[in-house]
Design a protein around this ligand. Sequence first.
Ligand code: IPM
Ligand code: MN
Length: 382
Amino acid sequence: KKTWHVAVLPGDGIGPEVIAQATRALDALAEVDSELAIEYDTFDWPSHAWHEAHGESAPADYLERLAGYDAILLGALGDPGPTTDPNRYLLSDSDSLAPLLEIRKGFDQWVCERPVRRLEGAPQYLADPRAADIDMLVIRENSEGEYVNQGGRLAAGTPNEVVTQTAVFTHRATDRIIRHAFEQARMRATSREAEGRVRDFGGKTAQVCLITKRNAQKFWGDMYTEMFAAIAEDYPDVATHHELVDAACMKFVSHPWMFDVVVASNLHGDILTDLAAVLNGGMGVSPSANLNPSDRSRPPMFEPTHGSAPDIAGQNKAGPAAMLLTAAMMLDWMGEEDPAAARAGARLRDAVAADLAAHAGDMRATDAIGDAVVAGVRAGRD
Ligand code: IPM
Ligand code: MN
């Protein structure tokens, strides 16, 4: 039996409240299945509070201190505090990146996976009945692109100022993210088949849609398009599709059920996944995972797509579903090696889904939802 070591980072705002429900649920899962073993260490950084006390978001060696863990479970980061400067507590001091970005970069978490499949009982924003068929996985390139922070300001602050903010796309990172998208498409088709819900994309059972802006950004667009076509030849069983990002935004709203796996650059993926979160029922039910599939010895980070919501922090009213579903993604990832974690991931997701379905539209306290999910986990024991 494997013991998993998890670094728990509650963070700011509603982070501590929602993460408490996740660790309770994980404890309940370990109680009902003696094969599951997870140990946590909780850190009060990166956070606003740590910044107030120490003048930086986290201790200088925080990445080294996280490096030995199997996984990082993060609540939410960022608190504007009493100022209106949104960056004041988001930036750490080492190289002016949000700690979230430093962790992704520090452990080369090169893929961000954000699944989109609305659970019954979650808020429903699309009236079209086909919205029930939405089942996509947005795969965001998480290591480069528009997030490399290369560039600078010339003649800063003068009327002649010129700023460059260069996006960088490498063959290596493009190859791995596109291959990962095709692999995921294949695995999803296999599990749909096992569940008896085969999808049809022009005679194939899975699809990958590439997002670019190749009509305006030629160099990047050309490389992505050529590499996508070349890699697709290794996956003849997977249908391919290409959308420009602006058209994709429209189709995410008008025809989201036509997508399966979507692969996008860092910034396009960031924007598209806020849009896609609405299809799940909002930020309150949208989980997310930052992974390094090529090196499982570097810790992945699991964080809900939502932020720290400082306006409702400390009031026991934030919905913990996104955090709980994020913990389920962590268990799924552990489940690739540990059958007990795989069972626990499914059990937790079922308990969250059952709770949402039973309480659609109810206003409930954060810990009351946690109680119900813990009870659901216990009831679901086999
Ligand atoms: C996200 C967030 C981050 C991002 C911010 C906080 C830097 O929006 O996880 O989607 O842009 O990646
Ligand atoms: Mn975002």
